[in-house]
Design a protein. Structure first.
Length: 562
């Protein structure tokens, strides 16, 4: 057993930081974030107390879907640097004590990948002929990003399948040669020293035989049962797991619409192929399936989703915890309040960072970045944002259509990182590739560094507290007052030690009578986002008359249980 293999479990005590490099930091002044910028900011990342970095795709790509359309799996996009620069970043991250995981996108490639260019040519003795999914006649599936899921290719004289954008043809994973290619990609990066992978739409890689029609009248989701958790998924993933086992690499699956029961198949038992899965349930507390189908935020939906995963995975599998990533608008603008920016940003951090599992922090989340509101659809760049705009609600007035984009676009998570109050938020000395959020003068890293009670230092305190306690790392989870529409309360417990997390999601001050069994107990305040109102470290008796919670007040208290 290699040294790495023995230590694969490191992820259970880790906190990850996610870097979407194009908007993180520009090191060479061309307006695009790159690995030179990342190199310079690694100390900052480390200062958060995190243990690992997940990089979104860094590979060459025509950027039809900003890196998720890969044209070469074994190189670095020239916009971001080269393999040497990547190795420098990797080594420095390791020296600073941080692991590095890459994004693995194998459901599809770019149409500019050599395999697809060759496959288009057809021909019986063409080795790439069956690398993709070609048909003479399309079925009725919709793509997620651009109309129907089939595009006619005039060179080959056939249609190819693309579950996402037209420029993202789906690979044919039933072809053993394609699976060998995937294993070679894994080996390429693992032998360089990367520590694992986040695996893109991994539950879609095995399609139902014969590609049967979906339920016609349901747009997009009507065909999902034909490719989600498909017939050979666990066989194929077992092959990839074997390679990762050789290196002790961590695997984190992204599985859109994964239910907790199907996730357990990926995470445990004979079919275990992943160490964690990203759940989506808790990301629909203000929408249906996707942020574009908005509905008002309800805390109860969020609590139900989080608790469901906490309870069902207990003792069987490990949770990944996140509130933001490059695919979702900013969380303060969604589940919190821009008015109570600091308060709700810190309350949201408290609500998820102490759950059982591995927290992920997305760049900018730690300083409370918020959604951007661009004035015209032409200013947006994300393929799915544009698609939603031209396809749905087209008869609504422009303002209403733009409002839907403002609250749902992935571009809000992709604006340049706000480092300081200087021009372009300190992201670049050139012309930024995308709009900087105009609130950067107030919301930026440098300003947050000066605010002891700000969101940034609160994240640091959360990471530190979590790492310091076996109870928070390994203890059980129990939710209290699940029916309370304004307060999220849960307990983490190990033997006789308990940590109680209480978070108000109300913009008003509200009373909170503690549930049975708490009043009269002695407890220590371990963390508060109202340090002027309550004294951290103070030991007191939990009051019978309850607590008066200020807007978005959050706290973590420690107590002994008998
Ligand atoms: C999920 C990725 O996170 C997203 O950014 C991408 O557009 C789709 N998969 C397609 O690769």
């Amino acid at each position: 057993m290699s040294e790495k293999k023995e230590s694969r479990d490191w992820y259970k005590e880790a906190v990850f930081y996610q870097i979407w490099v194009r908007s993180f930091c520009d090191g060479n002044g061309d307006g695009i974030g790159d690995l030179y910028g990342v190199y310079d900011k690694l100390e900052y990342v480390k200062s958060l107390g995190v243990d690992a970095i997940w990089f979104n795709p860094l590979y060459p790509s025509p950027n039809a879907d900003y890196g998720y359309d890969i044209s070469d799996y074994c190189d670095i996009h020239p916009d971001y640097g080269d393999l040497d620069q990547f190795k420098k970043v990797l080594n420095k991250a390791h020296e600073l004590g941080m692991k590095v995981i890459m994004d693995l996108v194998i459901n599809h490639t770019s149409d500019e990948h050599k395999w697809f260019k060759e496959s288009r040519k057809g021909g019986d003795d063409n080795p790439y002929k069956d690398y993709y999914i070609w048909r003479d006649e399309p079925n009725n599936w919709d793509s997620f990003f651009e109309g129907k899921a089939w595009e006619f290719d005039s060179l080959r004289g056939q249609y190819y399948l693309h579950l996402f954008a037209k420029k993202q043809p789906d690979l044919n994973m039933d072809n053993p040669k394609v699976r060998e290619e995937v294993k070679n990609i894994l080996r390429f990066w693992l032998s360089m020293g990367v520590d694992g992978f986040r695996e893109d739409v991994i539950n879609f890689i095995s399609k139902k035989e014969g590609l049967p029609n979906g339920i016609g009248f349901l747009p997009v989701i009507g065909s999902i049962h034909n490719f989600k958790d498909g017939p050979h998924i666990h066989e194929y993933l077992a092959e990839f797991r074997k390679v990762c086992d050789e290196y002790g690499a961590v695997q984190i699956g992204e599985g859109p619409m994964t239910t907790v029961n199907t996730a357990l198949k990926y995470l445990s038992g004979d079919t275990k192929s992943m160490d964690m899965m990203f759940s989506f349930d808790h990301m629909t507390a203000d929408c249906l399936f996707t942020e574009y189908l908005h509905r008002p935020f309800k805390l109860i939906r969020l609590k139900n989703a989080l608790s469901k995963w906490q309870y069902k995975l207990a003792g069987k599998a490990w949770n990944s915890l996140y509130l933001e990533n490059h695919d979702h608008p900013r969380i303060i603008s969604r589940y919190g309040s821009e008015k109570y920016h600091r308060e709700s940003g810190t309350a949201l951090a408290t609500a998820y960072m102490f759950l059982k599992g591995t927290p992920f922090i997305y760049q900018g989340q730690e300083i409370g970045m918020t959604n951007i509101k661009l004035s015209s659809i032409d200013q947006y760049v994300d393929v799915s944002t544009k698609n939603n705009y031209i396809r749905y609600h087209v008869k609504d007035p422009i303002e209403a259509r733009l409002h839907r984009i403002h609250i749902s676009s992935r571009d809000s998570a992709r604006t340049p990182m706000q480092w300081d109050a200087s021009e372009n938020a300190g992201f670049t000395t050139g012309k930024p590739w995308f709009f900087v959020n105009p609130n950067y003068k107030d919301i930026n890293v440098a300003a947050e560094e000066e605010r002891p009670d700000g969101i940034l230092n609160y994240y640091r305190a959360c990471v530190k507290l979590r790492a310091s306690s076996k109870t928070l790392l390994r203890g059980s989870y129990k939710e209290y007052e699940p029916g309370n529409p304004l307060i999220y309360m849960y307990e983490r417990r190990l033997n006789k030690t308990s940590y109680i997390v209480i978070c108000s999601f109300s913009g008003e001050a509200i009373p909170f009578i503690l549930p049975k069994g708490f009043a009269g107990h002695s407890a220590k305040l371990m963390l508060t986002n109202y340090p002027r109102k309550r004294k951290q470290g103070e030991i007191g008796i939990l009051p019978k008359k309850g607590l008066r919670l200020s807007p978005y007040e959050a706290m973590v208290i420690k107590m002994k249980r008998v």
